[in-house]
Every structure is written in C-alpha cells, then in structure tokens.
Design a protein around this ligand. Structure first.
Ligand code: GLU
Length: 432
C-alpha cells in the first residue's frame, strides 16, 4: 500500500522525501524525525518518523496537521575502508545476491538498502578478518523470490570463476525464501566443486538487535576456513540462540518456518555438520575434502519444466496444456506419491509424447513408493518415475538440469535416478 494521493501530493509539494527531517504539528503536539519508507501495512494517510530516541512514530496526517521540512535526506557515506591483506590467511569471496542479510535501514536517510559492500560486510563482523582475507562483490541486489534460472546460471559461473582465480571458499549471502532452490541449482551445476560454496541468509535484518546476519556469516567463514569440506551447503542457525549452527547439504535443505531463526532444516537427512559459536565443528555426514582442482560450471537448464502440487479434485482439463507442452513435470503427490485416477491418463499422454514425469511427495519426509497401492502402480504404468526421498523442489531443479544435459528423456530419467549431490538416498528398496 502506498500513500494516499492527497498525502503524496502534500509531501511532493513540500519537497519531502524518504530521509527528510520533518516536523509535524498536530493536536498541540510536535513530532520531529526522519521520514521513513512507507510500510506496505501502514494506512495510506500515515507517515512514519524515526525520532531521535530511535523509536518510530506513526502520525496520521489529517487536515489539522502541519508538516515542515527541516532537513534534506543525508547522502549515505559509502567510504570503503581499505582492508589490509593478511599473508597466510585463506581467501574467501563473498558474492552478494541480496535478501534480508544484505539489507538494512539507514536511519539517517530512512531508506532500506539492499546493498552490500566489502566494508559493510566486514565491518559488521570484524572477527572475520582474524580468520580470512575477504573479497566481496555484489552480483545481484534482489529479494530471492525474484531469483530465476538465469540468476542461478550467472551465480554458478561467478563461483567457478572465483574458485579458479584462487578463492579457498565462497560465501553467498542470499534471501532465505528460495535459498534452497539456488543451493540445489548450484549443487548440480557445480558438480565436483573443489572448495566449499556456502549460501547464507538472515531471518532478521542486520539493523535489528535480534539479527542473525553476523552470526550466520561468521559461522560460514569458520566452516570455510576450518571445515576443509568441498561442496554446496547452506549454513543457518540450528537453534533460536546464537550458539549453534547447522551446515546443510544444498540439495536437502528447506525453509520450514516463515520467521524463526532456526527455520532451515535438512529433510530426509541429517545436517552435514553442526558448529558452535567458537567454530568447533561436529561432522555428522561423510563428505569430500577440499582439493586443488578446477571448478566447472555446467549451467544448461531446460526451462520447459513445471512443479505442481497435487490436491484432491485436481482436474486434468485445467492442466492439459501444461502436460502437453512441458518437457519435464514434477508432481508433489499425496502420501507415497499419488494423484487421483483422473490425472493418470494425462500423465500417460505426457510420457508417451516424451515428457519426463517425476512423482515426489508433499509429505516431504520419507520415500515415495509407487508399488504399494494400485494407484501407484497405475502411475508407474503411465510412465512416471519416482526419485525416492528427493525434495520436490530439488527434483524440479535437477530435472531442468538433467534434461539440458542429456540427449533423450530416457537418459534424463537415468540421471534423475542417479544420486549426484547427496539429493537422495540410494538405498533402493523399491522395484521401480
Ligand atoms: N523475501 C525476501 C528474500 O527471500 C526476504 C526474506 C529473507 O531474506 O529472509 O529474499
């Protein structure tokens, strides 16, 4: 929601912008402060002023209110403090993509900055300098709901480039909403990457006292420098406190809560490792050690793929065009991987014309099995395949990659059924 037309005009006529210092007199009281960005949940006739005390005041601008502009928005200083290179320390490269971890409210200007610079990040976590030399660059400044396949491809290329130029580890600050998708995409695109590539986010922005941005970032740097593990990971809080961090495999991780700091969980797998705030690492799963090899980015992705959630009453006529036009279809089915009997002929027609149809489960936890019920057997006979305990979104990302890196649907199916980056358990108990 934005300001009402009348209030927008008043502010415009006064020359007031976000970051202007305003004084508002209303009902015998005067409020003075910096004009903050209009919040989407605020009423259209309310302005928010950041007062000297640090508190925000919401003031409804009615006919009697008198607004005076007392100061212009301060230009944000972006002085880059030179960071001294320290011999003997590993080199980590931060590749910024945006999200909460890279945003903060600048209280002098009132603006929300989705910005990241070397000094911003390193100054926020000065201890990081004790363990590594840090280079930082901004690749994107976007919220992760706006990430797309092209962003994943550019990111994989940037990661490979930095590793091949000598980075000992890569840290990718990222919005948390779709961090799991990006982690899965990098896991397949970067294959046997020889160094740690770690995505990290924050549930609370760095201007808030409860922010998890610095502690997550520090945990990443510690895992990069002392973990000696290669691969794509997500590092986030493991608990609500600031004393435990989980290192998740990039193909197994999911945001399971909208706001908690410990929102990220490994599904159908334990985390690869846990760490405490001092950097002590408890390795839980075996993994590949770092090596001096080259990073190769295989970024091909077939765009004509969809991810669908089954629901009771799903009507095949609604999905006709999707099934007839997509090269890859991942369905998060019910239970062991089911859809209703009306959808099965559509699956058959799609498979018959060469589409790859993958059944996963919206239960998330546990393995799909199409051999238990008649429904499952009919879905198998229609040509769909299962990928055991792979997350639906990981299957979606992998299917795009498998189709682009194969020359036939059969070959793509084979890739889907071969564990490449820890994305599924290879205990094959089903005969499918
Ligand atoms: N929705 C935004 C994103 O995923 C902000 C949330 C966050 O970073 O945690 O980028």
């Amino acid at each position: 929601m934005s300001y009402s037309d009348a209030l927008s005009k008043t502010l415009e006529d006064l020359g007031a912008a976000e970051g202007s210092v305003l004084s508002v007199s209303k009902d015998g009281r005067t409020y003075r402060g910096t004009l903050m960005p209009h919040h989407e949940f605020s009423s259209p006739d309310v302005i928010i002023l950041k007062m000297k005390s640090g508190y925000n005041a919401g003031i409804r601008i009615t006919g009697s209110a008198v607004i005076t502009v007392e100061g212009k928005p301060a230009a944000r200083e972006r002085a880059e403090t030179a960071v001294e290179y320290r011999k003997g320390l590993p080199k980590l490269v931060l590749i910024g993509t945006g999200g909460t971890i890279a945003s903060y409210v600048d209280y002098r200007t009132g603006a929300v900055h989705p910005a990241l610079s070397t000094s911003d990040m390193v100054n926020a976590v000065p201890e990081i300098r004790d363990i590594a030399n840090i280079d930082a660059k901004v690749l994107f400044s976007i919220f992760s709901e706006n990430m797309n396949v092209e962003n994943w491809q550019k990111l994989a290329e940037a990661v490979a480039e930095e590793i091949n130029a000598g980075a000992d580890g890569i840290i990718i600050p990222h919005g948390t909403d779709t961090m799991g998708y990006t982690a899965a995409a990098l896991s397949f695109m970067l294959g046997d990457v020889p160094k740690p590539v770690i995505l990290v986010g924050a549930q609370r922005s760095s201007d808030r006292p409860s922010s998890d941005a610095s502690s997550n970032l520090m945990a990443c740097a510690r895992f990069c420098t002392s973990g000696k593990r290669s691969g794509v990971f997500v590092v986030m809080h493991d608990t609500l406190g600031d004393d435990s961090f989980a290192v998740h495999a990039g193909t197994r991780v999911r945001k399971m809560h909208t706001s908690r700091r410990d929102a990220f969980r490994s599904i159908n797998s334990l985390p690869a490792a846990r760490m405490d705030a001092s950097g002590n690492i408890d390795f839980i799963l075996p993994g590949k050690p770092v090596s001096g090899g080259k990073a190769v980015a295989r970024t091909g992705m077939e765009r004509s793929c969809v991810l669908l959630q089954y629901y009771p009453g799903m009507d095949p006529s609604v999905f006709e065009s999707i099934f007839m036009n997509s090269k890859g279809i991942v369905i998060a089915g019910s239970g062991l991987g089911h859809v209703n009997e009306n959808m099965i002929p559509l699956i058959k027609r799609a498979s018959d014309r060469g589409a790859v149809v993958i059944m996963t489960s919206q239960c998330l936890s546990g393995r799909t099995n199409l051999n238990v019920y008649n429904t499952g057997r009919d879905i198998l006979a229609a040509g769909a395949v299962t990928v055991w305990d792979m997350l639906p979104e990981t299957a979606y990302v992998k299917l795009m990659w498998a189709l682009a890196n194969s020359s036939s649907p059969e070959e793509a199916k084979k890739i889907m059924k071969t564990p490449l980056a820890g994305e599924m358990s290879d205990r094959r108990t089903e005969n499918d």
